[in-house]
Design a protein around this ligand. Sequence first.
Ligand SMILES: Cc1cc2nc3c(=O)[nH]c(=O)nc-3n(C[C@H](O)[C@H](O)[C@H](O)COP(=O)(O)OP(=O)(O)OC[C@H]3O[C@@H](n4cnc5c(N)ncnc54)[C@H](O)[C@@H]3O)c2cc1C
Length: 441
Amino acid sequence: MTAPHTQSVVILGGNLAGLTAAHRLASQGYRVTLVDQPPSLEGASPGEQPHDEPEAFTVLGCHHNTQALLRSLQADSPQPASINIPLEFRLPDHSLIRYPRTGLPAPLHTWVSLLRFTGIPWNERWQLACWLERLWEDEEQLAADLEQRTAGEWLATLGQSTETCRRVWNPLAQWLTGNDLYVLSADAFVNSVRPLFLNTRSDSRISILQNSPHSCLTQPITRALTKAGATILRDTEALELRYERDRISGVLLKDGSLLQADWYITALAPQQLTPLIPERWLTRYAYFQQLALLQSSDSTTILAETEQACVAPRLILLGDTAFHSILATRRGPDRTSFSLVTTDSRFAQAQLSQDLESMVPDLLRSLGLLPPGSNIATTSRRTIPHAILSLRPGTKLHRPIQRSPIANLLVAGAWTDTGWPPNLESAIVSGNRSADAISRR
Ligand SMILES: Cc1cc2nc3c(=O)[nH]c(=O)nc-3n(C[C@H](O)[C@H](O)[C@H](O)COP(=O)(O)OP(=O)(O)OC[C@H]3O[C@@H](n4cnc5c(N)ncnc54)[C@H](O)[C@@H]3O)c2cc1C
């Protein structure tokens, strides 16, 4: 077997999944080439080159891989302090309520926090707490068919009313996965909620980093890669994976050049990967055929700014508007930035601009985020096509693992089968697993 320092790897896709794999392999002595097409004008995911100023992002306590990566980059590039914030929900009377945190050890903190959370009516809370206790005591098991039903249906069997689902569980599902509770599989719901609420107390922390993923992660990893001698081609596009028998023999780039390596990792979205796969493999391997079964939808973020200081960052989940979550963060000493996320396709259309100009300040005022008399200084909108992977029942089977049937091809990306909903943690886990699969061989 060739020693790592003489082995080469070509990685397609330069967002967090590709960068993580590149970083891990370059630090182990592999010769890495990273290919990334320029960001589209339409929309860039967090981590890609931002359109304007930096924006904050959330990292959960249970996102251990993201935190380990941030810590490992700390030496070269000091990270901004992260601020822990509570999760807030809006009640029917329009008041806001925080999900409580306790100082108790696990699993008591889960139980006590749930019982103290008045966002859910007492009888439903009690039913849920009793069910959790039976799970802990092994008197009950999670249903075996969670991947075959929606989260909404399953929560009803646990005594959760439609109103609680609308006020609490749907905004939570939307925030964690981008999916509606009545579309999302119960299995995906459990896997996104459990690490945050049912593990240790530190796993349930929600931290805001005041800088963007681009400046906290992308830039320092790029610097580390350059230092390690990796080649980064940021302005070109991969057009085709060339093959010989059952191995990849090279990647054809838009500029006409052919990149060749011992290993190949794709870290692209499924709809970007499929056109690169040879037809012969698409018809022959179920692994590649199932990519076509994954569905995604667009996500729109409205960014609004006001000329008023942000006392503390806030994260509010909403059940009764088209916006599922609002994140208020500091943008300089006397400016607050609000990002409102929606999957409602009407907000991606330009003609809504006028409505938005009144709708956003009204909503912020009703939440007490915008004092009377204050106005929004700027509003902008960003729609990211295919940003949300549909996690409907049955999808789990179609999310591919990192190892493909092609011996020298690994597949990474937040949407792959990592056990996480597609988020930064999932992208980083997939990058780590792809790199480990190569170094273990
Ligand atoms: C609005 C929004 C907010 C979010 N906020 C958070 C958050 O606060 N916390 C969190 O954990 N997660 C968040 N996420 C999720 C997270 O940002 C994504 O899951 C993550 O960025 C996905 O990274 P990736 O590397 O898997 O893939 P992608 O972002 O899909 O990257 C693919 C890369 O490949 C490149 N590419 C595509 N085709 C080619 C080609 N043919 N040749 C070369 N390069 C190509 C693309 O330009 C891109 O750089 C958010 C997502 C959105 C949309």
